[in-house]
Write a protein that binds this ligand. Structure first.
Ligand code: ZN
Length: 82
């Protein structure tokens, strides 16, 4: 989706909220909790044809923090097409 193409409908009408102000506040509506004291801002990518939304953690430092603090999901199979 970050490449500008929608994985669901194939449209290139993909718009990014990455530069929208207040993405991490004032109501924390566009953040996810990383820990008790840490929030990660989210960038939204929206396909304006089918409405699909993809969300990405905005800051690389938060990705590292999540990798440290959150348990890794163990899949049932080693291969996945997702
Ligand atoms: Zn779409």
């Amino acid at each position: 989706m970050k490449n500008g193409a929608c994985p669901k409908c194939g449209s290139t009408d993909v718009h990014s909220g990455a530069d929208i102000l207040f993405k991490s506040g004032p109501f924390n509506c566009n953040t996810i909790p990383v820990s008790m004291t840490s929030m990660a801002a989210i960038d939204n990518y929206v396909c304006t044809r089918c409405g699909l939304v993809e969300r990405y953690v905005a800051e690389p430092s938060k990705l590292k923090e999540i990798a440290r603090k959150w348990p890794r999901v163990e899949g049932e199979t080693s291969a996945s097409d997702e």
